[in-house]
Write a protein that binds this ligand. Structure first.
Ligand code: GDP
Length: 196
């Protein structure tokens, strides 16, 4: 009921942030979403909020390095972290992004949980592990959300889930329970809302 009420409230884009001094005041509950580019992060945020096109469903060049804040009702922020793992991103861009991300994750008192999105077809990749280590060091509890669950067969799914569980066991900040989602089919969306 609380989740229903929360997500029935207004959701809006607040701002894109490129430096720490642009962050809104940390005066409300905040959760963030991280994941490799193309993992389905925009689709998931749109499915959660029921607002198509709220988060860009494709990565608009120039906006990809911003931390995007969305207001949820009047007492929560949903935070869309820039997608990582671009093959062709210039080193300087990657470094700038990593610095901002580190500062944000280690210094945000109101951040209650990070959701790390992992594509059900690919499992956890080295770049995902990097962010997980950063979350460990920052003592930010994180939970893995598997995306695009509709795209694979049960047998492959079990293999990927075993890999993910094994890798997570090495991360002290990991919340052990995985959330399986498909933004396309709506699977796992009510569960994720209630977790938030
Ligand atoms: P982002 O780069 O992480 O924001 O990823 P997007 O949300 O833009 O999604 C990347 C691609 O995956 C798009 O073509 C989406 O339509 C597709 N996609 C996202 N979520 C799902 C899903 O749950 N199921 C399927 N089949 N495709 C999805």
């Amino acid at each position: 009921e609380a989740a229903r009420k929360l997500f029935a409230g207004e959701t809006d884009f607040l701002k894109g942030v490129v430096a720490m001094d642009g962050l809104p005041p940390d005066d409300r509950i905040e959760v963030c979403f991280a994941g490799r580019s193309n993992v389905g992060k925009s689709s998931l945020i749109n499915a959660l909020t029921g607002r198509k096109g709220l988060a860009r469903a494709s990565n608009t060049p120039g906006r990809t390095q911003e931390i995007n804040f969305f207001t949820l009702a009047d007492d929560h922020y949903l935070v869309d972290l820039p997608g990582y793992g671009y093959a062709n991103a210039p080193v300087a861009v990657v470094e700038k992004w990593q610095r901002l991300l580190k500062q944000y994750l280690s210094g945000r008192a109101s951040l209650r949980r990070a959701f790390v999105l992992v594509d059900m077809r690919h499992g956890i990749k080295p770049v995902d592990e990097e962010i997980m280590c950063l979350l460990d060091r920052s003592a930010v509890t994180f939970q893995v959300v598997m995306t695009k669950v509709d795209k694979i067969k049960d047998r492959e799914r079990d293999r990927t889930l075993a890999q993910v569980r094994e890798k997570l066991s090495a991360h002290p900040a990991a919340y052990p329970e995985l959330v399986l989602t498909s933004s396309e089919k709506g699977w796992g969306i009510p569960l994720l809302r209630s977790i938030i």
